[in-house]
Design a protein around this ligand. Sequence first.
Ligand code: HAM
Length: 415
Amino acid sequence: MSITAIRGFNDILPNECSKWAKIEAEARRVFALHGFLEIRLPIVERAELFLRTIGETTDIVEKQMYLFKDNGGDSLALRPEGTASAVRAYIEHKLYESPVTRIFYSGPMFRYERPQKGRYRQFYQLGAEVLGDAGPFSDAETIAMLASLFTNIGIKGVSVNVNSLGCEECRPSYKAMLSEFLSAKTGSLCDNCKRRMDKNPLRALDCKSEHCIEATKDTPSIREHLCTGCKEHFSGALNALDALGVSYEINPRMVRGLDYYTRTTFEVIATEGLGSQNAIAAGGRYDNLVKELGGPQTPCFGFAIGMERLALTMPEKSDTARTAHIITMGDGTLKTAMEAAATIRGHGVPATIDASSASLKSKMKKADRIGSRFVIIIGEDELKEGLFSLKDMTAGTQERVTREALLEKLADSGK
Ligand code: HAM
């Protein structure tokens, strides 16, 4: 029996986790500054929630859901995304009667996709939803918030793609026209697009098959077929993005893989390093979903960040961690080491102690492997003199210092 992890279900190792923690901490800070409150949602929901909201001809519903029956016979699903759950909770707890209008959530999602770099079967999202705001400014402000988060965590080389998918007034006629346009090219389309041509012709626009790209290259753009309300909304959102200083590209072929969207949709694409799975965040407006699930008419806008993809695009940390590793050598040194570690931690610097009976050489080797910026050696001589040997691993220097000088040095290194 193999006990390796299941393909597509990843361990997030400690070096990755420090990046994740940085992303999450900054996201929490930025979201809070924009009035978003946290919501924690279950990983398992009734299967029907997703089957009803995501769309029967989407990849997720057709082939990617983790569905199962529990011991009571209920049909359940591992959530493939967070928006449906967020909306379910919003309705179930009548949050529309409360002051809550902006929420964020994080956690694992599950889709049975073919695993590759940036695409997994369990992946983590950090999502945010604005509930009850119909105006285009909220689309732009939410995208701008996301852009500022990415800037703050050092992400470079991203492009924001935006589109409008229209509404129940203008989309049906565009879909009908697209269906007709595609029916003249059926022979060139992939099997998936052929099958979806009647119910979901929009998907052909972002099909990755070369034949479909070629066959749809002269497709009429949805932009020219928007109703007046959708046109005004889209130009309002673009003007607000301009005013907020967010650069973007209009991509009329970006149709998204979930059916609940109306009007503005967007994707943030990493321009290098991710290959084909390059959308690091995506979202849009969904003005009818709350109503469709039994709540009051509530226009919404939101997005989700793909944590794995974002972490892959984040620059590697090059500096050694500002930590202190204390090595004890000889009898009676551990007590001083423990006191020193407590004081150092009290100053906000992580400290570890190696009190093993190994040689100094092997303890120094270990310190090097751990990657501590500072190594503090406490031997019998240091104990007698009341001093510490402090080695700065980055500078390659070693000196004997007093307790006060030691703390000063550690504090200075954080400035
Ligand atoms: P989505 O485009 O399906 O939208 O997913 C959002 C992001 O999750 C993607 O851009 C990508 O970064 C990440 N992602 C999706 N699938 C995978 C996967 N298999 N492996 C790794 N990362 C993945 C939604 O889920 C919507 N709920 C977003 C939203 C929120 N719309 C409105 N509010």
